[in-house]
Design a protein around this ligand. Sequence first.
Ligand code: PMP
Length: 287
Amino acid sequence: MSTEPDTSEVYLNGEFIPLGEACVPVMDRGFLFGDGVYELIPVYGGRPFRLSQHMERLDNSLGSVRMENPLQLDAWERIFARLTGSIPDIDQLLYLQVTRGVDRTRNHLFPQGGEPTVFVMAWTAEPRDPDISGKGIAAVVLEDNRWHRCDIKATALLGNVLLRQAAQDAGAAEAILVRDGLVTEGSSTNPFVVQDGEILTPPASNRLLRGITRDLVLELARGVDMPCAERHITRDELETADELWISSSSREVQPVTLLDGKPVGEGVPGALWRRIDDLFQDYKAHL
Ligand code: PMP
């Protein structure tokens, strides 16, 4: 690993500076409490993907933690354009984070009149892995032991981090989470189960983050009359699914072909996943 400081440009509190020089004070509540929210936005062909949906979710997350959006949409857009504009032909990911800012003391109570910390960076997206579309990925089922406000895209991700690592330690690429016998989501993805030709995903609630990719999958499926429903999925339905997929902004829609070491359906990426993936790639290509 290089020890050279990273010179790629990032945005921090009104300035564009090299990543290696971007510093936040230790009294930042994001550092002390994980007191902040974030978004991750794919950028295809130089254009942020589903930007209005991401910015609406940002407003919802901020509202839920009683913070105001520190910037107008056009200011966000100018930052995004500057950070991604130098390489418009390459797919990128934009990460933005807003914390409740710096306080003088470590106190759980909100500081009076503090300024939020605003950070944005962009990086090149991983190219599509042909192994994933060819063979699929492995997942494990784990108990969802996180807090009850998973609908907030909070930077406090320790629960998700531990679950994702537990999946990795078990040789799997994702954990599918179950709470009270019902599927909620993945550690950083939304799950889809195919049963008798119908595409199912859990309904939006405080138990899961309503993924922008999840909503697009439903929109694409409905657009071509593929049967789909947002309804509770039991652990048993998960384990007997004909197909299982996960979705997120960075992973798009990936087929899960091994669950807890057992094949899902035929143990290969399914026909409905191929159809949705084609629709998804087509949608991206015609923005
Ligand atoms: N659930 C969780 C817990 C996540 O972290 C993510 C990824 N941010 C998702 C679902 C998928 O959301 P999106 O499709 O908006 O990336």
